[in-house]
Design a binder for this molecule. Structure first.
Ligand SMILES: Cc1cc2nc3c(=O)[nH]c(=O)nc-3n(C[C@H](O)[C@H](O)[C@H](O)COP(=O)(O)OP(=O)(O)OC[C@H]3O[C@@H](n4cnc5c(N)ncnc54)[C@H](O)[C@@H]3O)c2cc1C
Length: 414
């Protein structure tokens, strides 16, 4: 019988690690500081709107293989919805132009040769320039190897990289941008169908994982904040939760799946990312006309992506630190003006909510990417997980799940 595994943090990384170990026969306990699971990927009842919303819209792509594997295991693949092709409607708020990027499914991207399918105003050579990103030297910024301007950049590559890295593209890590492009654009349209948790993030990524664990007899304990780890030689000997201590046997695995600042305070000499970027989300409660596409990319607006649900329109703005001090009413009015134009909904501003996540992800800068730690630590029964560990990807659900899987696999000997 494998030793009892202790997972600290019930964000997506911690849940993925727990599900993986539980499905391989380990008894598991998950400890979460908050009263609910999900971390930065959560749903909650919003009193201002009197409805359940997500802290932020999360876009997942069909080629996010770890995310799809996780959803399959917890039985929630059908909780993500999207078109059955890689098609992305865009609007340029400066010119009023609208277009839909329609990639073909296969490996050879012939859509870039079709003026009706590619981004209007772009040429084949613009797409070929992207190859420079794929050959970037280690430690390069995107702006060192790829000119972050021009029509293709403004209308596709800029918005894509800004959303994926949550960092201004010119200063972002070329290695992380390259990883995103390799796993999406380079794999053919079938790898980047856009998918959204249409019933909310909890219904897709969180509740089914909790049900999976609890229905199999594993423990998930809320309001349990780990205060410190007690070390003995080359192992963690006990977990200190303030009022309670949990003593560990020699082979009890511990997976620390907490944010980087917390991990850095719990593990001696651990180097973790120290710079972060904000994401601002705005939610507007209204009956949304069926004509509004589920996701619209926006160029030359304050809004970057508009997500349509039957009962609300939600907006995402990445690397949004510049908006953190804007008064909420002013921000809501500015965003609503964009939303009304994008959606064609002509009415007064409906009930709204602004959610500002100050530390939405680590800043995907070359020097921050370089200090992300791996799964292993100096203690044989302690592993790390989280989107900020060295996954090779920016801070995303896919990265978080891969990190959780890797931490579990470390103990499974895979
Ligand atoms: C607004 C927003 C929009 C986003 N959009 C996208 C998107 O479109 N696509 C995408 O792929 N990704 C997106 N992301 C990123 C994605 O949410 C994260 O990559 C992912 O949720 C990180 O999961 P995690 O488990 O690594 O970390 P976290 O979610 O931070 O989980 C850590 C958990 O540890 C808990 N904890 C902290 N301290 C302790 C302690 N001492 N003891 C016990 N528990 C503790 C926390 O409460 C938390 O639940 C977005 C993030 C935000 C904030």
């Amino acid at each position: 019988m494998p030793g009892h595994a202790h997972i600290i943090g019930a964000g997506i990384a911690g849940l993925a690690a727990a599900v993986r170990l539980a499905s391989q026969g380990y008894p598991v306990t998950v400890y979460e500081a908050a009263p609910q699971a999900g971390g930065r990927c959560r749903s909650y009842h919003d009193p201002a709107l009197d409805m359940e919303i997500d802290n932020g819209n999360h876009l997942v792509l069909s080629g996010n293989s770890a995310a799809m594997g996780y959803l399959d295991v917890i039985g929630a693949r059908d909780k993500l919805k999207g078109p059955d092709s890689a098609s992305f409607p865009f609007v340029d708020l400066a010119s009023g132009e609208r277009w839909t990027l329609r990639a073909n499914e296969g490996l050879i991207p012939w859509w870039v040769m079709s003026p009706r399918r590619r981004v209007p105003g772009t040429h084949l050579r613009d797409y070929l320039a992207l190859m420079r990103l794929l050959r970037a030297p280690v430690g390069a910024a995107i702006g060192d190897v790829y000119e972050c301007r021009g029509v293709l950049h403004d209308r596709l590559i800029g918005p894509l990289l800004l959303a994926a890295l949550n960092t201004e593209p010119h200063e972002g890590s070329a290695a992380l941008a390259s990883a995103v492009i390799r796993e999406t654009l380079m794999k053919g349209g079938r790898a980047y169908h856009p998918l959204v948790a249409h019933e909310g993030l909890a219904a897709a990524f969180v509740t089914p994982a909790l049900d999976f664990l609890v229905s199999r007899g594993h423990q998930v304990s809320f309001n349990k904040r780990l205060r410190s780890l007690q070390f003995e030689g080359n192992r963690v000997a006990s977990l200190d939760f303030g009022e309670t201590d949990v003593a560990l046997d020699r082979d009890n695995p511990v997976i620390l799946a907490v944010p980087p600042v917390v991990a850095g305070s719990l593990v001696p000499q651990l180097r973790v990312p120290t710079e972060f970027r904000a994401i601002v989300n705005a939610h507007f409660k209204l009956d949304v006309p069926a004509s509004v596409p589920p996701i619209t990319g926006v160029v030359n607006g304050t809004v970057e992506w508009l997500f349509a649900f039957p009962d609300r329109l939600s907006v995402t703005i990445s690397a949004a630190d510049r908006l953190l001090d804007t008064p909420r009413e002013e921000l809501a009015a500015t965003i609503w003006a964009d939303v009304a134009r994008i959606s064609g909904v002509a009415r007064e501003m409906p009930p709204w909510q602004i959610v500002r996540e100050r530390r939405a992800t680590f800043a995907a800068l070359p020097h921050q990417n370089a200090i992300r730690p791996g799964t292993r630590t100096g203690w044989h029964n302690l592993a790390l997980a989280g989107d900020w560990t060295a996954t090779g990807l920016p801070g995303t659900i896919e990265g978080a799940i891969r990190s959780g899987n890797r931490a579990a696999e470390f103990f499974l000997g895979e």
